[in-house]
Design a protein around this ligand. Structure first.
Ligand SMILES: *[C@@H]1O[C@H](CO)[C@@H](O)[C@H](O)[C@H]1NC(C)=O
Ligand SMILES: *[C@@H]1O[C@H](CO)[C@@H](O)[C@H](O)[C@H]1NC(C)=O
Ligand SMILES: *[C@@H]1O[C@H](CO)[C@@H](O)[C@H](O)[C@H]1NC(C)=O
Ligand SMILES: *[C@@H]1O[C@H](CO)[C@@H](O)[C@H](O)[C@H]1NC(C)=O
Ligand SMILES: *[C@@H]1O[C@H](CO)[C@@H](O)[C@H](O)[C@H]1NC(C)=O
Ligand SMILES: *[C@@H]1O[C@H](CO)[C@@H](O)[C@H](O)[C@H]1NC(C)=O
Ligand SMILES: *[C@@H]1O[C@H](CO)[C@@H](O)[C@H](O)[C@H]1NC(C)=O
Ligand SMILES: *[C@@H]1O[C@H](CO)[C@@H](O)[C@H](O)[C@H]1NC(C)=O
Ligand SMILES: *[C@@H]1O[C@H](CO)[C@@H](O)[C@H](O)[C@H]1NC(C)=O
Ligand SMILES: *[C@@H]1O[C@H](CO)[C@@H](O)[C@H](O)[C@H]1NC(C)=O
Length: 392
């Protein structure tokens, strides 16, 4: 039996080889040349990347390998479309690249690119060339920590751009208005970009926007708009900016948030507005929503007044950190905080809270950091089961 089965199997598997093996198109010659030219325009330099996993990805890029023409689709960091063979993704993050990117760079002839990551390299303070606007299919663009500078308005031609990370790029300009033309944006990250001028309110209203990260732009002025119900906004990170004014009730108006599906109503996961000049008449009611997914609430050092909301009304709360320090909050410490079972750090210091020492906080087994100083608290702190530290 075996003698017969064996050859049959071999024949079968060989026929299927021919039938099934996809004809993987080799990388297009012009794109291969463009990639090699891009490689040649830069040098490999170990100090150009800081990421712990950095290495020279381009070292493996070679025109000819073992006497045959190399398929650039197999190069490190390069991905091609399975059907067309065009280069659609280039991930050269943390690749120890050093040198300027010029307008004439062959990079800009890779017009099929959908994903481009040049983060964590050193492009020698060269200005982001306007030609980047030619890569109109881009949906993901990451230039963070790249030592590029500036931001050309041609970026607004990238109509499908969904994620744009420009963190730590010295843009050093007035907050560009043309960003509001990027109507497909879901995440815009411009942390520490030296932005100044007025933040365009329209960015908050982009139809798909979920994440706006603008912290550490100390001269960036702005205010929060009335938030529309149905907004997909999930993360607002505006600490160390010059945002001012009143935070409209609508940001956390329980009614309007519940108007959305439960998933959306709870989509605010991180709210960090610390070190601004913001004031809130009262803190938003959504914090009292037992289904919210908030894990970090930091409004330290603003001028919020009113009472502290009844957070953690059930023990389902995910809050790990609450930092309300340096505001003008009044009233008592809500007893509901005893339900914040995940809470690791609580700062209520430097407010105008009048209460007795909340020894019931001892029920919080994960609490490691508690600051209550500079309030009007009576009595003694007792019955703490765990032993949190008390920073002064
Ligand atoms: C390597 O990169 C650093 C910047 O990270 C630069 O200062 C230095 O001049 C570069 N060295 C060479 C040999 O290009
Ligand atoms: C080229 O040859 C080397 C050594 O024989 C081998 O490891 C490598 O996989 C070959 N590359 C290609 C693309 O065939
Ligand atoms: C870095 O930029 C300076 C100033 O523009 C330029 O003279 C120099 O050639 C650039 N170095 C590299 C390696 O691109
Ligand atoms: C951009 O790249 C950096 C460095 O690789 C990474 O830390 C960051 O998460 C990326 N940003 C986005 C939005 O993917
Ligand atoms: C943008 O995306 C849409 C939908 O995926 C696609 O039809 C369109 O061709 C894209 N635009 C560009 C310029 O690639
Ligand atoms: C950013 O660039 C501007 C000039 O464009 C320069 O004056 C400033 O010092 C740079 N800032 C940083 C932090 O490198
Ligand atoms: C942005 O869009 C507006 C209206 O569609 C248009 O007038 C403006 O020229 C665009 N700006 C840029 C820089 O493309
Ligand atoms: C903010 O503006 C002040 C005054 O114009 C200037 O001195 C300071 O360097 C600016 N800071 C940043 C980070 O751009
Ligand atoms: C901060 O914003 C206020 C207005 O809210 C403005 O008067 C002040 O000039 C801004 N400061 C900076 C450094 O931009
Ligand atoms: C509060 O914020 C102001 C302005 O951003 C800053 O100068 C001050 O040091 C901050 N104070 C604390 C206690 O963080």
């Amino acid at each position: 039996m075996e003698l017969y089965i064996f050859p049959v199997l071999v024949i079968l598997s060989c026929t299927s080889c021919y039938l099934i093996l996809p004809v993987q198109p080799l990388c297009h010659k012009d794109e291969s040349i463009a990639l090699l030219q891009f490689k040649d325009s830069l040098t490999a330099n170990n100090s150009a990347s800081r990421g712990p996993a950095a290495y020279t990805k381009m070292a493996s890029w070679k025109a000819v390998e073992n006497g045959t023409e190399a398929d650039c689709c197999s190069w490190d960091g390069v991905k091609c479309d399975e059907n067309t063979g065009h280069v659609i993704s280039l991930d050269l993050s943390s690749s120890c690249l050093y040198g300027s990117i010029m307008s004439s760079s062959s990079l800009f002839s890779l017009t099929h690119l959908q994903m481009l990551n040049l983060a964590d390299n050193h492009f020698n303070y060269s200005r982001i060339p306007p030609e980047l606007g030619r890569l109109s299919k881009l949906t993901y663009l990451n230039l963070s920590s790249s030592f590029l500078t500036g931001l050309p308005s041609e970026i607004s031609l990238l109509s499908n751009l969904s994620t744009f990370d420009l963190g730590y790029v010295n843009v050093s300009s007035k907050m560009p208005d043309f960003l509001v033309n990027l109507s497909s944006l879901t995440s815009l990250i411009m942390r520490n970009c030296g932005l100044y001028g007025e933040f365009p309110e329209k960015l908050f209203h982009l139809p798909k926007i979920q994440v706006l990260i603008f912290q550490v732009n100390s001269n960036l002025t702005g205010h929060f708009p009335e938030f529309r119900s149905g907004s997909p906004l999930r993360t607002l990170w505006f600490s160390r900016t010059n945002f001012s004014g009143i935070i409209p009730f609508s940001i956390g108006n329980l009614e309007s948030l519940e108007f959305l599906s439960v998933a959306r109503a709870n989509s605010l996961q991180l709210l960090d507005l610390s070190n601004n000049l913001l004031s809130w008449i009262t803190l938003p009611k959504c914090l009292e929503n037992p289904n919210n997914l908030l894990s970090v609430l930091s409004i330290k050092n603003n001028s919020f007044h009113g009472t502290i909301p009844q957070m953690c009304l059930t023990d389902r709360s995910l809050l790990k950190m609450i930092d309300l320090g340096y505001n003008q909050l009044e009233g008592r410490i809500p007893r509901s905080l005893a339900n914040c079972q995940m809470l690791e750090s609580l700062n209520l210091g430097n407010n105008q809270i009048r209460d007795v020492f909340p020894s019931w906080l001892g029920q919080l087994s994960k609490l490691r950091l508690l600051t209550l100083r500079s309030n009007n608290l009576q009595g003694q702190l007792t019955n703490l089961n765990s032993t949190p530290q008390f920073p002064n």
